[in-house]
Design a protein around this ligand. Structure first.
Ligand code: PEP
Ligand code: MN
Length: 342
């Protein structure tokens, strides 16, 4: 309560809180009164509690309980392990996802898939539906791209992650993909979040480019509340004032999320930096700070890529990076996936 708030104001607030079902414990200080409210099921009451801010005499309303429930660390107590068709994400092994930004043609995809599988990746990435800032950019191959991803995955023993952009496409994409990617531009598309919440396919929720951890976790809560708890979060960089990098990769998100949520955390150093020479160093740093996996853009000829060539590493670059990551993983007590292909 504000300094100088009246007994009547304190009583009014206390009565309101009791109506909401809280046990009220006011603390009368020399200058200020603090009204403690103890009780359960706050999640349904967030809006009502927030409205108390406007009451006469109230200085601030501070929620001690987190506004999310299913994705909170305390809900599970330990990290969730997501089983993606036999590939475990969130366990002691770090999982590598790799592939082109965009599926371009069969040759490009099959070649890349084979090489990244041999190098030890377990999940093939590639966009069939691309969210583009410009309507004139390449928008993706659509279903044909999904078919190529599925075929490449089957051929080389890789699971597939690809983006779904629209509520009406969730079922379609889920027929081909093992993980549904929700892109940064859709992190707060609540209808889409609800829709993937109805699916039983694992979801990778990328961080909105201006999203705070709490907003990101509340977006994940939408999916979990719908009944799909197979969610992983992906830090992909946030928008800051620095134009040298396309985004600022916020690696503090990894240990922070590891203390706030039980959901596995993946890092995307490709969108996260926009520069291919930074992908290797930031990948190593990601493993060092506790990421459960990485998603990296790899292209056989990045300079000829349709999209995101500047941030795509070569196949040789990926092959060289893998043992370096394995060494970092060992240093932080994690293991690294062995190649499915030899
Ligand atoms: C991508 O993975 O190619 C992509 C478009 O990601 P984001 O949504 O993070 O920009
Ligand atoms: Mn991309």
């Amino acid at each position: 309560m504000k300094t100088g708030s009246t007994t009547a104001q304190v009583k009014e607030i206390s009565d309101r809180l009791e109506e909401f079902g809280y046990v009220v414990n006011p603390i009368f200080g020399v200058e200020k009164t603090v009204i403690g409210a103890v009780g359960g099921a706050e999640h349904q009451k967030v809006d009502s509690i927030d409205q108390l801010r406007a009451y006469e005499g109230v200085e601030d309303v501070i929620l001690i309980t987190k506004p999310y429930k299913f994705v909170a660390k305390e809900y599970r107590g330990k990290k969730s392990v997501i089983d993606v068709g036999g590939v475990l994400i969130g366990g002691d092994k770090i999982v590598m996802m790799a592939g082109p930004c965009t599926v371009e043609d069969e040759g490009q995809l099959l070649y890349t898939a084979e090489k990244v599988a041999k190098a030890g990746a377990r999940i093939l990435r590639g966009g069939a539906y691309k969210p583009c800032t410009s309507p004139y950019s390449y928008q993706g191959m659509g279903v044909e791209g999904l078919e190529l991803l599925q075929a490449a995955g089957k051929q080389f023993g890789l699971k597939v992650v690809t983006e779904v952009m629209h509520v009406r496409k969730v079922e379609e994409v889920a027929q081909y993909a093992d993980i549904l990617q929700i892109g940064t531009r859709n992190m707060q598309n609540y209808d889409l979040l609800r829709e993937v919440g109805q699916s039983r396919t694992p979801v990778m929720l990328k961080r909105g480019m201006t999203a705070k951890f709490e907003e990101w976790l509340l977006a994940a809560e939408y999916i979990a509340a719908g009944g799909n708890e197979k969610i992983m979060l992906c830090e992909r960089g946030i928008r800051t004032f620095e134009p040298y990098t396309r985004n600022t990769l916020d690696l503090s998100a990894v240990p922070a999320l590891n203390s706030l949520t039980h959901l596995p955390v993946i890092v995307d150093p490709s969108q996260g930096t926009g520069r291919r020479e930074l992908v290797g160093p930031m990948s190593k740093a990601s493993v060092a700070v506790g990421a459960d996996g990485l998603i990296i853009e790899v292209h056989p000829s990045p300079d000829h890529a349709i999209k995101d060539g500047a941030q795509s590493i070569t196949i040789e670059g990926f092959e060289k990076l893998m043992p370096e990551l394995e060494a970092i993983a060992a240093a932080v007590g994690r293991t690294f996936r062995q190649p499915v292909l030899s």
